[in-house]
Unconditional design. Structure first.
Length: 121
């Protein structure tokens, strides 16, 4: 399956498909090593920036993160040791469906969490 280049067409006028564009670029001296097709993310899963990450009192590993998803800031409880301010991550917002899991608002250690920061796994 060839994925359309709709994002690139926002910037330049391309009238060929992905495979043809790769061929044109390669023959013009810009080698295309690979073309990777990515599946679209499910609804409610977005890229977000962590604004702050503060340890939760009484917990040895949980942090309360303020996460900017572009449509608002979400408080998210996170247990990842690498969570820090300025980090970009994938945010599953409330009602997002992951394999075997639907994300809901939750109260964790007395703190409201409105989503989940996701790892590659």
């Amino acid at each position: 399956m060839i994925v359309p280049l709709s994002w690139l067409r926002d910037y330049i006028d391309i009238k060929v498909d992905t495979r043809e564009l790769a061929r044109i670029l390669t023959f013009s001296g810009i080698e295309v090593e690979a073309v990777t097709e990515l599946e679209a993310l499910p609804p409610g899963i977005v890229t977000a920036r962590t604004i702050s990450a503060e340890r939760i009192a009484g917990s040895d590993h949980l942090s309360l993160c303020q996460v900017d998803a572009g449509d608002g800031v979400y408080p998210v409880v996170c247990g990842a040791p690498n969570c820090r301010s300025g980090m970009m991550a994938v945010l599953a917002k409330p009602d997002a469906v992951l394999p075997e899991l639907t994300i809901k608002k939750a109260r964790i250690r007395g703190v409201e969490s409105e989503g989940m920061l996701c790892s590659e796994a």
